[in-house]
Design a protein around this ligand. Structure first.
Ligand code: F3S
Length: 646
């Protein structure tokens, strides 16, 4: 049967039984490569250490430092040192601060066609530009993959995006993905993988393809992918990695679940308006309005490749940044930075009045360069959610490097085609290859001591599920509790992500400041909640920190999907009321008992619980799959994975 590219790669990596391709059905795949960045990596490596596996079992694992590169206190610096030493000890490559943004560097130096890559960052799909199946996931999933465990996902629907024709001058790869976002919206990719095909593919270089797959994350897609072809070979040769090339394409008569056609011949420059990446209009629609711009930022894992920066330099050469605009530029990697420094393009950028930042995420993650109050900021980045820039009322637009450059020199949102002839910029025949900032793992791992500064605390690990549960209710909350209620973010809390005892002092403090001390005093407890419990982000600390405080089970009316998965991963029993009215009868402090807990879970979906204080009985359900039951019985995914490895 004819297969699309996604089916070919996923089926080659299946570790679960090979059956019919049924979208929505859970499958398990083998992971070839992993990557982490520092903001999520500390937890992933603490979890990996806890599994007791001495060396990673993947073909390649890389730890990057690119997010929290500001060192205004010891915490981030402690994290970097921990990451460096833990990598050396366990067979992981370490990309030092200054070497660049994880996705840009991974594309340049490590990504390979046909491989699976799992990364603890949502823009891991960047490597789809190389023909990898590259998926973003939580830290614990990465730790399991490094230990040799499978990654579980639902069989995706595959969306074919056919690119017809050829991009016209001043129209860029970024304009293609903005067009896809306009069509599919930020929710349109959920449960899907986007596969690019058509004659237009041949006119896009690998870094341009990577811009498109990078921002596929904004579609909510599992990932996006391009075929591996002659352009892939040329790019890999230029990176001194010709040996990593292999051709890959969908069969000619492959079928897809959905199809979209984009005509590159007629595509105009696009721009995403505040405050969503899918709020896209053609730049000409705004050109006549002459919207004044206060800041332009070029960089991020979306648009900071060599050609991106060369195009910027070519536009800026001999011009001056508009006096009302602050132009900030962060090259995506040391490779890009050094190449533009050596060939003089950096001098053209500097001479125009731009401000140069280090090769890191920088303003994309709110590490400096917050715009002024109410400012308009035009960025080559991938996200423009309200407040992400660090300024609550800033209006952030997302556009190509070409449109950013036009805004920088004119001072307003301008159609770059009005700038005249497009300066010619080509991909280099040979990139500058210098991997000294990537440290190889130690050849004598036993001699490496993992350095744990005061910000690195041992990872608490749950115990097997007890035979019976008797525990008081430490907290009763209502509907729509978010992960922000459970585990707040913010400058005070974020640096504590590798320090669970310290971060757990912040659990539920926005709801009840006494919760952490009360839960600790009780030793073990149960939380009662309403509908949509745990909505919001995927942050795993919202399950891990309550687990540290002794929460054994959560009983609610309904869950948000990702938080429920995180509760299971950390061995907290996620139960649901059969009769919602039973919620009303429970008060904080009541003692809840479930006899023969393990036996009841294994016997079926419904369990009988008692409110010992009130002398009543009520029914709850667990809705766990067979695999999830095993994880819960083992006390979480860490223990489960360890038991599987033996
Ligand atoms: Fe970094 Fe922003 Fe990409 S935070 S990994 S540059 S989305």
């Amino acid at each position: 049967m004819a297969k699309n590219l996604v089916q070919k790669i996923l089926e080659a990596h299946l570790v679960s039984e090979k059956g019919e391709w049924t979208p929505g059905k859970e499958i398990a795949i083998r992971i070839d490569q992993t990557l982490t960045q520092d903001a999520t990596g500390t937890m992933a490596y603490l979890q990996f250490e806890a599994m007791g596996v001495p060396q990673v079992k993947t073909e390649l694992s890389v730890s990057y430092v690119d997010h929290n590169t500001l060192q205004s206190g010891f915490e981030n610096a402690d994290d970097h040192r921990f990451l460096q030493t833990v990598a050396a000890k366990h067979g992981i490559h370490f990309s030092r601060p200054g070497n660049g943004i994880c996705h840009q560097v991974h594309l340049e130096r490590f990504a390979k066609p046909g491989k699976t890559l799992l990364g603890s960052d949502s823009h891991t799909p960047t490597a789809g530009g190389m023909g990898s199946i590259a998926i973003g996931a939580g830290g614990l999933d990465i730790a399991v993959a490094m230990a040799g465990g499978a990654f579980y996902l639902n069989t995706p629907k595959v969306v074919k995006v056919e690119l017809k024709g050829k991009l016209q001058p001043w129209v860029a790869a970024k304009d293609i993905i903005l067009e896809v976002l306009r069509i599919m919206t930020v929710k349109g990719g959920v449960g899907k993988i986007v596969e690019y095909t058509g004659e237009g593919v041949a006119s896009l270089t690998v870094p341009e393809r990577a811009t498109i797959t990078n921002m596929g994350a904004e579609l909510g897609a599992t990932t996006s992918i391009f075929p591996s072809d002659e352009n892939t070979r040329v790019y890999l040769e230029a990176q001194g990695r010709g040996g990593d090339y292999s051709p890959l394409a969908a069969d000619a008569d492959a079928t897809y679940d959905e199809e979209i056609i984009i005509d590159l011949n007629t595509l105009a420059p696009n721009i995403a308006q505040p405050h969503s990446p899918d709020n896209v209009v053609p730049v000409p629609d705004l050109h006549s309005q002459k919207i004044p711009v206060n800041q332009v930022a070029v960089g991020s894992c979306t648009n900071s490749s060599y050609v991106d920066l060369m195009r910027l330099a070519a536009v800026l050469k001999g011009k001056t940044v508009h006096p009302n605009v602050s132009l900030v530029v962060s090259p995506g990697s040391k490779q890009v930075f050094e190449m533009i420094a050596r060939n003089g393009a950096l001098a053209d950028i500097l001479a125009s009045g731009a401000r140069i930042l280090e090769s890191a995420c920088g303003p994309c993650i709110g590490m400096g360069q917050a715009p002024s109050s109410g400012a308009v900021s035009v960025r080559s980045f991938n996200r423009n959610f309200e407040g992400r820039s660090g300024t609550a009322d800033a209006k952030v637009y997302l556009a190509s490097v070409e449109t950013c450059a036009a805004a920088a020199v004119t001072g307003y949102i301008a159609d770059p085609r009005e700038l005249g002839d497009l300066p010619n910029v080509e991909m280099p025949d040979q990139y500058l290859i210098d991997d000294r900032l990537v440290l190889s793992p130690s050849e004598q791992p036993d001699t490496v001591e993992v350095v744990r500064g005061p910000n690195i605390k041992p990872l608490p690990v749950n115990t097997e599920l007890a035979e019976a549960l008797t525990a008081p209710v430490s907290l009763k909350v209502g509907d729509n509790i978010t992960t922000d209620h459970i585990m707040p973010a913010g400058a005070k809390v974020l640096p504590l992500r590798s320090n669970i005892p310290a971060i757990s002092e912040h659990v539920y403090v926005r709801v009840d400041p006494n919760f952490p001390s009360r839960a600790k005093e009780l030793g073990k407890s149960v939380i009662i909640g309403g509908h949509n419990y745990g909505q919001g982000s995927s942050r795993e600390h919202a399950a891990l920190a309550p687990m540290y405080l002794g929460v054994k089970a959560v009983i609610v009316k309904s869950y948000a999907r990702i938080h429920r998965a995180n509760l299971i991963n950390f061995g907290l029993l996620p139960l649901t009321f059969v009769n919602e009215a039973d919620y009303d009868a429970i008060e904080q402090g009541d003692e809840i008992a479930i006899d023969n807990l393990r036996g009841q879970i294994e016997a079926g979906n419904e369990l009988t619980a008692k409110n010992v204080t009130k002398g009543t009985e009520f029914k709850v359900t667990h809705d766990l799959t067979g695999r999830q039951i095993d994880i819960i019985l083992a006390g979480g995914l860490l223990n489960y994975t360890k038991s599987q490895a033996v």
